[in-house]
Design a protein around this ligand. Structure first.
Ligand SMILES: [Zn+2]
Length: 233
């Protein structure tokens, strides 16, 4: 009997520890519920712990969790051709190897935070010597809701030369995202406001140096703009 008591106390402690850490990591995919079920069904933690670890290793923890809005699951090149810095695409225009979400330095972000087609890729624009495009352009035709690509704090919400009405969101670990040429800001979008992935932060427009309604989207790490379509690979 003393032995049984000795074994049960640490077991309960370990169950609590696993559940606590799963809450902190914020497991998606119903994994948290699954771990509850496993704890209830399987008496031995020797089975539960490796199973949870395996699921995490399988990439479940990096999958997008349900957010306030839905990010586009595919991205297409805008029809018509002649797109500067176009990424590799399938015959029907779908961008190859497009994952809706990325993890850049431990921060989960959307690669395309608005429903639109890609009208310009990242990099030096064809023919324009020295003109380096620091983000991707997502053409939307008419103003459409722009979503926060990830959880963070609004670092800037206002006019910026060339960019027009712009929002800069500071995430964690030196990661930021920028949203330019907006036609309007969502209520409460001011410096210091907290946003969650998928929150509507504004609408696409053509303020600043823009000829069509689109979102200019940047992903910055330590202030350096990287390619939103390849960062995190
Ligand atoms: Zn742009």
């Amino acid at each position: 009997m003393p032995r049984r008591t000795f074994r049960r106390a640490p077991l309960r402690f370990q169950v609590r520890a696993i559940l606590k850490s799963s809450r902190r990591i914020n497991f998606p995919c119903g994994l948290r519920r699954l771990s509850w079920g496993m704890v209830a069904l399987v008496p031995s933690l020797r089975i539960v712990a490796p199973a949870v670890a395996l699921a995490v290793l399988a990439g479940c923890a990096t999958a997008p969790r349900p957010a306030g809005g839905d990010f586009p699951q595919t991205l297409r090149l805008c029809p018509g051709g002649g797109i500067a810095n176009a990424p590799p695409a399938h015959g029907d225009g779908r961008v190859r190897d497009f994952d809706p979400m990325i993890v850049a330095r431990g921060v989960m972000l959307a690669r395309a935070p608005v429903e639109g087609c890609l009208s310009s890729g990242y990099g030096p624009r064809r023919g324009g010597a020295g003109a380096f495009h620091k983000g991707v352009d997502l053409y939307t035709g008419r103003p459409r809701p722009v979503l926060a690509a990830g959880d963070g704090i609004v670092a800037e919400a206002g006019k910026r030369r060339g960019f027009g009405d712009t929002i800069l969101i500071r995430h964690r670990n030196g990661v930021e995202t920028r949203y330019a040429h907006l036609s309007g800001f969502a209520p409460g979008m001011r410096r210091g406001a907290r946003v969650r992935a998928g929150d509507v932060i504004g609408r696409t427009g053509r303020t600043g140096n823009a000829t069509a309604v689109h979102l200019h989207y940047e992903v910055l790490i330590d202030g350096k703009a990287l390619n939103p379509l390849t960062v995190g690979r």
